[in-house]
Design a protein around this ligand. Structure first.
Ligand SMILES: Nc1ccn([C@H]2C[C@H](O)[C@@H](COP(=O)(O)OP(=O)(O)OP(=O)(O)O)O2)c(=O)n1
Ligand SMILES: [Mn+2]
Length: 521
């Protein structure tokens, strides 16, 4: 269940709320078909869904588990025909809105207030004619105040699960002061991306990944991904497969799979795929640095069944050859102490080469993890120009010191590039194993963004990118860019909003600053 107050304040349409991408994100709507041509309806529905809205059928049985929904109709008369109030349950923020609202939002590119588009349908009459708990809600504080108090009174009798969810939820600003920054941070981000149905969407996404990464079936992969995304966007928890039937774009075979997950907790098809020898072999091929899923499939189709087999294949790229050569070592986790020593080793060389340069060991090391998959180094120079041409000189020194062992593609530095990267293999003299290392040099104005990105983790990065997008920005390792024009084209300003520190980046996004060790999501 959604935190009542915060969702309400976040979602309440406001004409100043300049949203571009995901215009209708989080908005649940029922489209009443009466009084409008099918073609027009379909156009609106498609745009509404493309921009993040979720369409439910009029038969949707929501049992009071959503706290806001809009009913879109051509006119008032159409309303009485289209809705079953009992199935809808009592929703604290039920608005009856003209289709024109969708059209105007699309024209304007913003989520407009419902106010000028409201249709009068007497929800009150309905509430008064049903049970006592709804009467309580009705006689209690009106509209807005209903959201800030847990809406127990409006949860239908007998739906205990829904009740406890409402009670357990807290608004972000109700989160107690002594709770960690981590909790607060997650409270904000997760409020934007609810996880009510992750237990269903996760296996579907896994299946989607196997279809794209291993079976190279992009179409099936996309179908599963789309459904998983739809479920992720729902602001309430799916309790039965019947409810899924009411979500537009989910067909019978998908409903059956969701039913299976809900009933058995797993998906036999996924289980079988993961158990198949072909999938396992291809996953092993794809575990080699430099071998992607399509290549893994080609190698399998060429008759290869082991890493030994593929080592003789002529189609391997230089990176895959290096990946295969060091496969055993690369697969090992690296102890934190060794990553630290590798960082110090490079720092000493860098200090001699370019006094004043900054170097930070990023990735899982910076988040304080006990072991790391690789070594991520980020370098800049505060004077704004000495970073240019630095990577080539540094790599040469580190090769001479026999710390950098090999880099699959001949290393060339482009000083006009915003970031220069070395990706290769290194080894400290006193250690046994070869390790994967990435060294990245950024100009100082991008360094704070690069630090945020390369500290991760990837889940947090996805969350904050999503948050940035909703606020009309594009966030990357190189900056925070204001999006301009039609969001479909994905155009963003070329000049980043300046941020010198990570704190500023989080501040610009409206987030409290999480320490690196609080970024393990
Ligand atoms: N698909 C990806 C890959 C990376 N990153 C970012 C977040 C990661 O934290 C950082 C470094 O990438 P790594 O793959 O090195 O991941 P970690 O350092 O976090 O973990 P590991 O211990 O596996 O290296 O880059 C990301 O956002 N999305
Ligand atoms: Mn890493």
């Amino acid at each position: 269940m959604i935190p009542q107050g915060s969702k309400n304040s976040r979602r309440k349409p406001d004409s100043t709320d300049k949203l571009t991408d995901g215009l209708f994100s989080g908005v649940l709507a029922i489209f009443i078909e009466t009084g409008v041509s099918r073609k027009r309806l379909q156009v609106w529905q498609r745009r509404f869904e493309d921009l993040g809205g979720t369409i439910l059928t009029a038969a949707a049985n929501l049992l009071g588990r959503v706290d806001q929904i809009i009913i879109l109709a051509a006119h008032e008369a159409a309303l009485s025909k289209g809705i079953n109030f009992d199935r809808l349950g009592s929703c604290p923020n039920l608005n009856f809105v003209q289709f024109r609202w969708v059209e105007e939002c699309l024209k304007d590119g913003t989520l407009l207030s419902y106010e000028p588009f409201l249709l009068s349908a007497s929800q009150d009459e309905h509430i008064l004619s049903t049970d006592d708990s709804r009467l309580d809600a009705q006689s209690g504080p009106q509209s807005d105040q209903l959201y800030v108090t847990p809406a127990l009174a409006i949860v239908p009798d007998g739906d205990l699960r829904a009740c406890s969810e409402v009670v357990n939820e807290k608004r972000y600003d109700e989160v107690s002061e002594e709770c960690t920054i981590d909790t607060k941070f997650k409270a904000i981000c997760e409020d934007d991306m609810p996880d009510y149905n992750k237990h269903i969407s996760r296996p579907l996404l896994e299946l989607s990944e196997i279809y794209s990464d291993v079976l190279a079936d992009e179409w099936r992969s996309l179908t599963y991904r789309k459904v998983a995304n739809k479920l992720d966007r729902l602001p309430y928890q799916i309790l039965s497969a019947d409810e899924v039937k009411n979500i537009q774009g989910i067909g019978k075979s998908m409903v059956d799979k969701i039913k299976e997950i809900l009933c058995t907790g797993q998906l036999q098809k996924l289980f079988n795929l993961k158990a198949s020898s072909q999938v396992q072999i291809m996953q092993q091929f794809a575990s080699v640095w430099g071998i992607g899923p399509k290549h893994a499939l080609k190698l399998y189709q060429a008759g290869h069944r082991s890493l030994q087999d593929i080592s003789e294949d002529q189609t391997l790229s230089p990176m895959a050859r290096v990946g295969l050569k060091y496969h055993y070592d690369i697969a090992l986790r690296i102890p934190q102490s060794e990553v630290s020593e590798a960082g110090s080793f490079v720092r000493h060389v860098l200090e001699d080469l370019c006094p004043g340069a900054s170097i930070i060991v990023g990735g899982s090391y910076r988040r304080g993890n006990a072991t790391c998959g690789d070594i991520d180094l980020l370098i800049t120079h505060p004077d704004g120009h000495s970073h240019k041409g630095l990577l080539g000189r540094l790599v040469t020194k580190l090769e001479e010191a026999q710390f950098l062992i090999t880099c699959p593609n001949p290393f060339t530095e482009n000083i006009t590039h915003k970031v220069n990267t070395y990706m290769g293999i290194c080894k400290l003299p006193q250690y046994t194993h070869h390790r994967r290392i990435d060294i990245k040099i950024y100009p100082k104005q991008a360094y704070a963004f690069a630090l945020v990105y390369f500290t991760g983790n990837d889940v947090l990065n996805r969350r904050i990118r999503y948050l940035a997008k909703k606020k009309g920005y594009k966030l990357s390792d190189q900056g925070l860019f204001l999006r301009v024009g039609d969001n479909k084209t994905g155009m963003a300003s070329e000049v980043s909003i300046p941020c010198e520190t990570e704190e500023e980046v989080f501040q610009k996004l409206g987030l409290p600053y999480p320490e690196p060790h609080e970024r393990n999501w």
